[in-house]
Design a protein around this ligand. Sequence first.
Ligand SMILES: C[S@@+](CC[C@H](N)C(=O)[O-])C[C@H]1O[C@@H](n2cnc3c(N)ncnc32)[C@H](O)[C@@H]1O
Length: 738
Amino acid sequence: MRIYANEREGQIDFFEKFGIDYINNPVLIDNTDGVWNGNILEFKLNLSNINKTLFQAIKYLSKMRIKGESVPSNIILVGLNAATAYIFESKDYFNDIHTIYYGAASRNNESFIARTEPRKILFDTQIGAFQLRTKLKECNYMPIEIDENCIVGWAERYYREYSKATKGDFLGDDVTASKTIGEIREPRLFKGLIIPYKKKSNEKFKYLMDKLNDHMHKKDLGAFYTPIGYCQKAKELVDMAIQRVPEGYDYIILDRCAGTGNLEAVLSDEQLSHCILSTYEYYEYKVLCERLGDKVRTIIPPVEMEDTYDRGFVRSADALSKEFIYNPIIKSYIDNPCCTVILLENPPYRDDTSGMTGIKSKDKKVKSFVLEQMKANGVKKTNELANRFIWSGFNYYLRQKTDSYIVFCPIKYWKIDHLIDKQFIKGFLFNKKYFHAAPSAISCILWSNENAKLTTISLDAYDMVDDVAVYNKKMVAHRVQNEITKIFDQVTKDYLTIPYVCNTNGYTIMDKDGSFFDDEILGYFVGRGFGISNPNLNFNLLRLKFSDSHGFYLTADNYYNKLPILAIKHYLMFCRNWTENEFICCSADKGMAYAEDESFLQSCFIFACLDYYNKCLSMELSTSGHKRIVKNQLCFDGTTIANSKLCTLALNDDEQFLIGRFTKTLAEAKKVPEYNPAFSYGTYQIQNELNTFVYDDRGHKVYMHEELNTAIETLREKTYEYFDKYIKDKLLKYQLIK
Ligand SMILES: C[S@@+](CC[C@H](N)C(=O)[O-])C[C@H]1O[C@@H](n2cnc3c(N)ncnc32)[C@H](O)[C@@H]1O
């Protein structure tokens, strides 16, 4: 019998012995020791506690169910040194597999006791090896129960494996007009893997409807649902809005994009009796009707007709369509002068540049009516779907000064887009992390329908602990008047004939032989918008012109004053606090005032020439039939313009230290065979071209030049510390960040 020194060695030997090709098949998945056909394997050198090891395997199966992976029907525990295998059946641990576990699967397993006797196989005998091999060939799975813990995992798998599938194909029930019986109720792809879901409606999944959307729906609906803690905060604003209703008036609370009704579910019965709700997505509409239908004033449409179901949408419920805007039920309240209107909405947010929304016969999408109206009224910022809701909310529904709008939306619509100039009453800032999205700030504001030109508004930021909103801090939003592009240089000389064009990663996408390259050009700065989202795409310092021309050239005359723009990008990219993300942005409200501050310019220059996100490269280009090298001039390698400038500056200790770190990095880079001595290298090019790596069999990066990688990581860390110490606060002082 072979005695193994470690588990890994024994595991590999086992795989080889039993013909388990773990290299070409997904065997080592989800941190397990291996899944092969309908078997999950757990290896130990010595199986000193079978109960404990069994529980560890059960926890892996529990995780697999949640992720939408087929749950193997056999659990095989292998004691490598004794060549013993203990085989359990997953179905005997059905409830344990349907429990949710937190923390590492290998921890806190001591108290578990197996409920069944395993089958024991000694696999160092011929008969034992035969029996185990036969077992390993079995492809049986334990059908699992679909519940709110695992349905998202199975939906994602469904849409992945069946890319044309719709939400109805997955969720459909026999009570809907579509009469599509969904996969969860009548499994076809997942036959034998899931137990048919028996409940008539999908009400149980009300907080997950966004996560269950198919790819098309996800794109079209821009849906992120409000968690209960934040719904309760929004209710405080609803209470305030109701207090504004004049004596003797009726009021309605209108939500045109109510989804499954999360915002309303926390309202009192009295408040609910004033609600008019609607939503566009069909399966949400069904849940909305079941959840709140008998409590609210009405849902639009009030009852389901033969033609209500329209390929996953609710006919006539597109809130941005003309039909909906002039809906007679809503209109009857709007036209009533003794009725106050309170809008309560968390509208979809997504960029809809095409302007197409909604459905029309023969799969043709219709141009949004609201969009056309906004354009006709000279509104510029129309791409964002939420802007269309907010604009139409004020324009078609609110008429009196005592009308209110409580709206969830990233603050951009007020701060940058200047979509509305209304009276602010009270507002919160919430963390989008709890809306099934990345951590960032979303405002929830109670606006009064009175005109007001405000320059700042103050919002209370709330995080969330155990589903309860918890106060974090006060955040002041300052309106931005001038786009950052105001400090961009105008193109004074016509370089535009140069046919070299590069991508946002700095590499050429067009390099026409025989073309001309002007040595005066040191780089090209691209900047679009206010950089509130995706600064790495929207702001770039490149060696060549970018393919679209929202930018300007850097030359020896202007580069020193313009490099602070790279520091702005850094601030926007690395504001890790959710309260700042999608809340702060760049501005040119103080123009070039920063350029008077010599020490700020020096800091930004040193930072920019060391920063990884300075994407200037050295490269070989063809010019008039000759190959020539265009060097990166904004780095500290060799004879560059940046190095000449550096010699003229008096450096403090931190700066000398940083330059020392770069020199060390460069020394390591020069040891790499691919280093080209004709080039000058900045951090970005060293990282991309010289700091090479491979992936190990677990998918982790293994760097080929450890010292170089270490030097780069240290340089990056120290550059960021330098930014924090010398640059960060001044970006705010000069209102480059606002
Ligand atoms: C951000 S979610 C908010 C849902 C719900 N009010 C909540 O807070 O949990 C936006 C909702 O708008 C719906 N929606 C998207 N486009 C719509 C449209 N054109 N008309 C009506 N509803 C729409 C989505 O299906 C989604 O339910």
